[in-house]
Design a protein around this ligand. Structure first.
Ligand SMILES: [Ca+2]
Ligand SMILES: [Ca+2]
Ligand SMILES: [Ca+2]
Ligand SMILES: [Ca+2]
Length: 697
């Protein structure tokens, strides 16, 4: 039996018996030169360097034998010095095939390897001071007698903080290779097994992080390359994997593998037709309400029609039974009908209609919506030019378009050089116009490059980008498939603010020396402002994937941020503030001392990810507008003191996913959609719209 030809996952099955068998097979064939190469290419673990001796923790004799003792030895590249702390608390070695435990529970017992059992005597934790503590006995890994010579034995001993009990990680700044070869098996309606090919790393991979669509599903030890996932019946998800080493370096995301699990229960029966439909006008807004339908399985959504044309969708579990239709004409009669859908596309007939006549004038927060353009790519950043036209960037196509809203005429003004998309959410993102544009003609751009996210400026002159004028103002901001942040906004202080995502490495968000997971602040020429809080570009930190940035009339910065799978948040940014990611997501504790940690600044408002996932924000007359992708809606929130009040929702399901809102020069809003092709790098595979939204006074 040639187990080494089996998938890695099979070799690293949790069956201890198989570990032993697999290990034995590999040892038997070690004379084979191909295998020798394979042995040197360690895929998982890290060396642990004894601080006193400078020698590495090592399984003696490089022997995969149960009961073999640990010692210290000159550091080398073999698998008997690659140790792996698993999420379960094991300390594994030999590419994760063996577990470390004390031979007995007494101080002075030798640390040995044994088949992994999951038992409590195989649990360890490495503290921030470098001590490796055996959880069950609270004893520390210790070089016996403070010896420093090769082959000195390693035991467990009462923790004393001395350097023969401290184990450091090698300096490592190189991320693992990108995971490849994702495959799915055992797909049921609510579960699946995801398997991939192992990454390699200069030191060794420590974890694999499994995501769908930017949301972390789980982190698994690099001892496995296969894991069970919980999935949602009928929901299409894009799955991918990042590899992470012990030093915290994260690979780029793998290629995306799409899954659409089948329904658990075949349903062919439509919901009942909604009854009791009413329509009530207030000014030029109409509130449509109805009585909930019933279904053999469950109603998943209602579609609302005006004059036979679908104008909105209300979803949820259960979905709500009202919808506000805004921006109508005054003194006009409209007829509304509603139908109910279940999760398997069975739909009722439309209800009987309810008619209503709107008021004489707009007395509402939102008065009218008109489409000014369509685009086949994702409009992302958008700025006003002084002449009333706008420039917007096309994220995947990587060019910038000048749009005359009066005529709908669009002209490409040039492609931004060195943009590389990420088969995800990177690409050509935020735009900002110089506060002194009329004299300097600078257009500021945030984009993903082949190596990083960066902020550049390019002159826009005579209707075109002058590519030769390009200046890179700030580079080296972490990039990944998702979590690239990307908004730019000049403040009333003349400084440029930028939102950066954590590049799928949550640890970056709390690292003040890392530009990822931050709000950054730059002088207009790209230098560091002298009054920044940490002497670098960081203005605030502890952010996961912030995008929207906007200033209110008091010059305060509001920020919109994507959470993971629980909640999104709107923050009021303070100089030097810590906004809590990753230990705090919205108001939900996720690790450490969670949201109660001293110094964490709580969000001003949170949103469930299903009703949020918002990107762009804008402030007009001290009202905050929030454009939501997954939530397919626009929030209107009145800034009152330091709070957000009178929250209203508009366009729920009417235009689909929303990306960007920007004030117009005359105090209204531009609003863009992001419905298709916004999770890939393929240009021109979208069908998007740009609207002008007229606001009430
Ligand atoms: Ca590395
Ligand atoms: Ca049904
Ligand atoms: Ca936060
Ligand atoms: Ca695309």
């Amino acid at each position: 039996m040639h187990l080494r030809h089996l998938p890695f996952a099979a070799r690293l099955s949790t069956l201890a018996l198989l570990f032993v068998t697999a290990a034995a097979c590999d040892v038997k064939t070690e004379g084979d030169s191909e295998l020798s190469t394979q042995t040197a290419a360690v895929t998982s673990g890290t060396r642990l360097i004894g601080v006193q001796s400078g020698r590495c923790l090592d399984v003696s004799q490089n022997s995969q034998t149960s009961g073999q003792g640990l010692n210290i030895y000159d550091c080398h590249a073999q698998a008997n010095q690659r140790f792996l702390f698993t999420p379960e608390g094991e300390l594994r070695v030999f590419d994760g095939a063996w577990c470390v435990q004390p031979a007995t529970t007494s101080a002075g017992a030798r640390a040995v390897i044994s088949a992994c059992t999951g038992a409590a005597n195989q649990r360890w934790v490495r503290n921030s001071n470098g001590a490796v503590v055996h959880t069950a006995t609270s004893l520390c890994l210790d070089v016996s007698g403070q010896a420093t010579a090769n082959s000195s034995p390693v035991v467990v001993w009462n923790c004393n903080g001395q350097t023969n009990q401290q184990w450091s990680l090698p300096a490592d700044t190189q991320p693992p290779t990108v995971p490849t070869g994702l495959t799915l098996s055992n797909v049921t309606c609510n579960s699946a097994t995801l398997t991939w090919s192992p990454s390699t790393d200069n030191e060794g991979v420590a974890f694999y992080d499994v995501y769908h669509d930017g949301q972390l599903m789980k982190s698994v030890s690099a001892a496995v390359v296969s894991t069970g996932l919980t999935v949602v019946p009928g929901a299409t998800w894009g799955l991918y994997v990042n590899a992470r080493d012990a030093a915290g370096n994260v690979s780029q995301g793998s290629a995306t593998l799409t899954i659409t699990p089948p329904q658990c229960q075949v349903d062919t029966q439509a919901p009942s037709i909604p009854t009791g439909v009413t329509a009530t006008a207030l000014g030029t807004s109409v509130t449509v309400s109805w009585t909930a339908s019933t279904d053999n399985v469950g109603v998943s959504a209602y579609d609302v029609f005006r004059g036979g044309v679908k104008i909105g969708t209300v979803s949820g579990s259960p979905p709500g039974t009202t919808l506000v239709d805004s921006g109508l004409s005054p003194n006009t009669t409209y007829a509304y009908t509603v139908l109910a859908r279940d999760a398997q596309a069975n739909a009722s007939a439309q209800s009987t209609s309810a008619t209503v006549t709107t008021g004489q004038a707009c007395t509402n927060a939102v008065c009218s919506v008109s489409q000014v353009a369509t685009d086949t790519d994702i409009p992302w950043g958008l700025v006003n030019l002084p002449d009333g036209t706008v420039l917007y960037g096309r994220r995947d196509a990587q060019n910038i378009v000048r749009l005359d809203p009066a005529t709908g005429q669009k002209t490409s003004v040039g492609t931004v050089p060195n943009v590389q998309s990420t088969d995800g959410e990177g690409g050509l993102m935020g735009l900002a116009l110089s506060p002194t544009f009329s004299t300097d003609r600078w257009l500021y751009v945030m984009h993903t490059s082949p190596t990083d996210n960066r902020i550049v400026r390019i002159r826009y002159e005579n209707g075109a980008l002058t590519t030769s004028s390009l200046q890179v103002l700030l580079s080296g901001i972490g990039r990944n498939k998702f979590h690239n942040g990307g908004r730019l906004r000049f403040g009333p202080d003349g400084k440029l603010y930028a939102s950066t995502g954590d590049a799928q490495n949550a640890a970056y968000a709390q690292d003040l020396n890392n530009l990822a997971g931050k709000v950054l602040r730059l002088n207009a020429d790209g230098t560091i402002p002298s009054d920044n809080p940490f002497g670098n570009y960081v203005w605030s930190y502890g952010h996961r994937n912030p995008q929207g940035l906007a200033f209110d009339s008091q010059g305060r910065l509001w920020e919109q941020e994507f959470g993971n799978s629980v909640m999104d948040e709107t923050n009021l940014i303070q100089r030097g503030g810590n906004y809590g990611w990753p230990n705090c997501e919205g108001t939900v504790s996720q690790g450490g001392s969670g949201c109660a940690t001293a110094g964490y600044i709580a969000p001003k408002r949170t949103y469930s990810t299903a009703e949020g996932s918002c990107s762009g924000i804008a402030v007009v007359r001290d009202v905050l507008y929030v454009a939501c992708a997954r939530g397919t809606r626009l929030y209107r929130e009145v800034i009152s003191g330091t709070e957000l009040t009178n929250v209203q929702q508009f366009f729920v399901g009417t235009y689909g996913r929303l990306r960007t809102v920007e004030p117009t020069l005359d105090g209204n809003l531009w609003m863009t959609t992001t419905n298709q092709g916004d999770k890939d790098s393929i240009p021109d595979n979208s069908n998007e719209r740009i609207f002008r939204v007229v606001l009430g006074q």
